[in-house]
Design a binder for this molecule. Structure first.
Ligand code: GLU
Length: 426
């Protein structure tokens, strides 16, 4: 094999999120001394669905889209997890994300397992009508394998409450009755929960609050750099600034980043992005590259976009003392070791971004009981859950002298493994 090919293969291996999940399972199984059969079960998703979705496009022609739904493990309850619409979607990414959902639900003590779905498409290039037909077409193909007591999808990258409403409606038509509980992240009028739209960011902020207290950091003076300015990134910036007065000094989107040492108004940046398609060029800010954002001298770094952005290449240069992973899978295992040696506190994805699925679970409870909660009740319950999950991970990391991610794995996987043994699966 030639050198460049070798290099390419090595790179592909490092960046395959499912390979990373399987490695993390092995490490965790060793630490917990799990039986080999339990480890083998959790390393492999229990069900994978791959579908072709023909959609009539606005030009009159049919285009066939590829869709996936992976249900990882349902020991704790029906599976749960978002649906992504992304041009670079792969089955391996969905497999990894489905497993992460299992850990996430277990860690937050939700009576749910993990799943994830995805469709290879570019929603930015599609009209609203095309998106609706794709959303309904996806449900047509998977509806017999999802349901309120089986598998409950939700929003994720490039999907939103409107898409959830179409999907719920399509499922209800096929089932012959209203089934609000089949999907979460819906608009309020069709069974959505107050607070779901900002839940990922709010949950992340509650975890950051606990971590800052542990580290003796005053959030009122803290500076934040946020990679990604979508739902999670923007709401984190807004809430951190609004609730604690923290300084947001850098944010980025697909086109690059912006920086201002004194901090800026997150809403102004958001409005600039809506008007101009990017955060770049917002008055009073200086343009920086994607890689510069990661190595800024800030207190808290928040990767809030896609996978594998903190690697062994940039980890040695990171100066933040807390990394709050609002994205799923932003840090590679090699980078994790480097960050641990540097004494940086990493708040792992399936702890830090679990606010989304936690409020999704609240939404399911509200759908089942038909009793809808006010904002104070949602936020109070969310805060309690996030803080308790943080402390169980922190205590495990102290007790076993492992990093926060390994500790989170140990807590979550142990709960799933114990349940599987109770159910007689191994
Ligand atoms: N897509 C979100 C996640 O990755 C939310 C999943 C859900 O609400 O079920 O956690």
């Amino acid at each position: 094999m030639s050198k460049p090919e070798e290099h390419k293969q090595a790179e592909a291996k490092i960046l395959n999120s499912f390979t990373i999940v399987q490695q993390q399972c092995d490490t965790c199984a060793q630490q917990l001394e799990l039986p080999a059969d339990i480890c083998e079960i959790i390393k492999n998703p229990m069900r994978e669905i791959q579908v072709s979705i023909p959609v009539r496009m606005d030009d009159g022609f049919i285009k066939v889209f590829k869709g996936f739904r992976v249900q990882h493990n349902d020991a704790l309850g029906p599976t749960k997890g978002g649906i992504r619409f992304h041009p670079d979607e792969t089955i391996d990414t969905i497999r990894a994300l489905a497993a992460w959902m299992s850990w996430k639900c277990a860690l937050l003590e939700l009576p749910l397992g993990g799943a994830k779905g995805g469709v290879i498409c570019n929603p930015r290039e599609m009209s609203e009508g095309e998106l609706e037909r794709l959303s309904r077409g996806y449900v047509d193909k998977i509806w017999q394998l999802i349901g309120p007591d089986m598998d409950i999808p939700a929003p994720d990258v490039y999907t939103n409450p409107q898409i959830m409403a179409w999907m719920m409606d399509q499922y209800s038509k096929l089932a012959g009755k209203n089934q609000f509980g089949v999907i979460t992240g819906k608009p309020l009028y069709v069974g959505g929960s107050i607070g779901r739209n900002t839940a990922t960011a709010r949950g992340g902020l509650y975890v950051i609050e606990e971590a800052a207290r542990t580290a003796g950091m005053d959030l009122r003076n803290a500076s934040l750099a946020i990679q990604g300015y979508g739902n999670a990134g923007y709401n984190l910036a807004f809430l951190a600034n609004d609730i604690f007065g923290s300084k947001i000094v850098a944010v980025s989107d697909q086109r690059g980043g912006i920086y201002c040492q004194e901090g800026f108004d997150p809403l102004e940046i958001f409005n600039h992005k809506i008007a101009n398609g990017s955060v770049i060029g917002c008055p009073g800010t200086e343009q920086i590259s994607h890689s510069e954002l990661f190595t800024l001298d800030v207190d808290i770094l928040c990767p809030s976009a896609l996978e594998n952005v903190i690697t062994e290449d940039n980890a040695p240069f990171i100066k933040a003392s807390i990394i709050a992973e609002l994205a799923n899978g932003p840090t590679t295992p090699e980078a994790d070791d480097i960050l641990f040696d540097k004494g940086i506190q990493v708040l792992p994805d399936f702890l830090c971004n679990a606010g989304g699925v936690t409020v999704s679970y609240f939404e399911m409870v509200q759908n089942f009981t038909m009793l809808y909660w006010d904002e104070a009740e949602v936020f109070e319950r969310l805060k309690k859950k996030m803080a308790s999950a943080y402390h169980s991970v922190y205590n495990a990391s102290e007790k076993h002298k492992v990093n926060m991610r390994q500790a989170a794995y140990m807590v979550a996987v142990k709960r799933i493994a114990d349940t599987m043994i109770l159910r007689g699966w191994a």
